[in-house]
Design a protein around this ligand. Sequence first.
Ligand SMILES: NC(=O)c1ccc[n+]([C@@H]2O[C@H](COP(=O)([O-])OP(=O)(O)OC[C@H]3O[C@@H](n4cnc5c(N)ncnc54)[C@H](OP(=O)(O)O)[C@@H]3O)[C@@H](O)[C@H]2O)c1
Length: 232
Amino acid sequence: MNIIVTGTSRGIGYDTVLELSKNNNNKIIAISRDMAGLEGLKQKCYGNYGNEIHIISYDITDNQTKLKNELKYYESIDILINNAGLLINKPFLDLSIEEWQETFSVNLFGVVKIIQSIFDKMIKSEYAHIVNIGSMGGMSIAQKFAGLSAYSGSKSALTNLTECLAEEFKDYKISTNCLCLGAVDTEMLRIAFPECKDSFQSEDIAKFICDFSLKYAKLFNGKIIPVSFTTP
Ligand SMILES: NC(=O)c1ccc[n+]([C@@H]2O[C@H](COP(=O)([O-])OP(=O)(O)OC[C@H]3O[C@@H](n4cnc5c(N)ncnc54)[C@H](OP(=O)(O)O)[C@@H]3O)[C@@H](O)[C@H]2O)c1
């Protein structure tokens, strides 16, 4: 399996790559901006499991030429896990248009760009799976939190995109699903909500993301799945 994961220098993406690297049949492409974080991840995957992963320092909001060039030797891509994300916690009235644009650039347009860049490789997979990492805050019926209007708005758009792509791509044997996570103990949560104590461990969520991504492309398509103990 050729698997791309974005947002892998830390947090959930980092743990997801580590989990995937336990199986040497997984050829992992790990994307993030922070090269030091990626190098550390590469060493850990190799040291722990002997799995040589391909790291790419890339900003998902950048133009697609660099990414296409880095991926030119891959004939097909089987799984894309769109995990990179940005959360700006600010009251609506203080959020600048630039901050709204930045949030949507990473959480929505970055996803659009990557999918468009690798679509020709995904259709060559026997059965491909796009897994978008959403948020409970992006589900229309879930509880909302002050300060998260841009973040939740962008994640809500991501869930809608998931449903649209499921329809557009179904004849290409590409499933598209969205996992809407509750609170997970990572840098993002610790900075945005330092008082939050009731959260999942990133390693546990990473195991679930891997399991879902690897096994369920043929059973789920266009599904927006809450991964949370709380009822929306
Ligand atoms: N933690 C939670 O409670 C929680 C809850 C619901 C949903 N989520 C979602 O889960 C995903 C992972 O979150 P996390 O908690 O692990 O966050 P995190 O600790 O802040 O990590 C975010 C990752 O995204 C990468 N990233 C950010 N902007 C990027 C860009 N422009 N290009 C490439 N990579 C970029 C960062 O790497 P670089 O800085 O190296 O680029 C980093 O590796 C996000 O989509 C988030 O919205 C998290």
